[in-house]
Design a protein around this ligand. Structure first.
Ligand SMILES: O=C(O)CCC(=O)C(=O)O
Ligand SMILES: [Fe+2]
Length: 317
């Protein structure tokens, strides 16, 4: 109302609030197109070569390498550092600590914050059995605040398999409607076996195949949970990434699910895992999550999954 012009304000007419019509569910495959047409959406490439970034050595990462890395992770949600020369395998953690900030503590980590993945000394039921694939998952899914970035350095690669497997979170979402996702995200729908997540909201920052760590799945979300589970297990949605010793995979834990293919039990395989909060120097340059609307879409369970209410002012592009 413009009081500067003087005069009394006219009494406001009572506002008529229209009754909310029940909207038809929207298939999320239309909201998260996997054909590259939505440029803020992270999608894995169809060939693992598309994730590779050559560096001279893991201990000598330049500013130019760093900029190429930021671009890759913002496009695909993952990258593989491929050193041309062998060097001190610990030297890279100086760079990673600087980029991603604090590490996520783990019961089995060493003095460098590294957890060695080695079936000879297993850290979970999934790392104990090489013959069984480690199904795609979010790391730290049972905590309130899963890691923003997971790093896996290959130290010894298995000759009989054991490749890393990645699945775009967008592929999982595309299996659902916005209504199904909304229900799945309500507290208490899926509980984790190891430690229940405090807010219980599934898909907010975590996702896991039904791999033995997932506890109860409520009856009303069973079909949608199983649909996503089937997508993640299906080879057509998986990007298989073979890693050589010295190569290091970095994954946006909130955009991409990761796992491992099976291999023979007597075949040695060692990976170093270090996970991060994401509060390092690259925090402002890296977008975590599947797309720019990530946080707004989950706060209050609305936004991008409801295309008509997409609040573009919240997009960080
Ligand atoms: O063995 C691997 O490559 C992956 C291990 C993993 O994802 C984990 O321990 O969380
Ligand atoms: Fe993992």
């Amino acid at each position: 109302m413009d009081r500067a012009r003087g005069g009394r304000a006219a009494p406001e007419a009572p506002r008529v609030v229209p009754a909310r019509k029940k909207k038809k569910p929207v298939a999320l495959e239309t909201v998260v197109p996997r054909d590259g047409s939505r440029d803020d959406l992270k999608i894995l490439p169809s060939d693992p070569e598309g994730l590779k970034l050559k560096v001279r050595s893991l201990g000598s990462i330049t500013l130019e390498d760093q900029n190429r890395f930021v671009q890759k992770v913002n496009d695909h949600g993952a990258a593989v550092l491929v050193p041309e020369e062998e060097g001190d395998p610990l030297a890279v953690y100086k760079t990673l600590d600087r980029w991603f900030g604090n590490c996520i503590p783990h019961d089995a980590m060493n003095e460098h914050g590294i957890v060695e993945i080695n079936p000879a000394n297993p850290t979970s039921i999934n790392t104990a059995n090489p013959k069984k694939e480690h199904l795609p998952h979010t790391d730290d899914a049972y905590t309130d605040s899963p890691a923003a970035f997971c790093t896996l350095q290959c130290r010894t690669s298995a000759a009989t398999g054991g490749e890393s497997v990645l699945v775009s979170g967008a592929e999982l979402l595309a299996a659902l409607s916005n209504e199904e996702l909304r229900t799945l995200m309500q507290p208490g729908m899926v509980s984790m076996g190891r430690r229940p997540a405090a807010d219980g909201s599934w898909m907010k920052v975590r996702w896991r195949c039904n791999d033995g760590c997932v506890g109860d799945v409520a009856a009303e979300v069973k079909p949608s949970y199983e649909q996503m589970d089937a997508v993640a297990r299906h080879e057509v949605h998986q990007l298989v990434v073979p890693l050589n010793p010295g190569e290091l995979l970095i994954v946006d834990n909130r955009a991409i699910a990761h796992g491992r293919r099976p291999y023979e039990s007597d075949d040695p395989r060692i990976m170093w895992r270090k996970n991060y909060v994401g509060n390092g120097e690259l925090e402002a340059q890296l977008r975590t999550g599947m797309c720019a609307a990530f946080s707004s879409m989950f706060d209050g369970l609305h936004s991008m999954f409801d295309p008509m209410s997409l609040d573009t002012s919240k997009l960080k592009i």
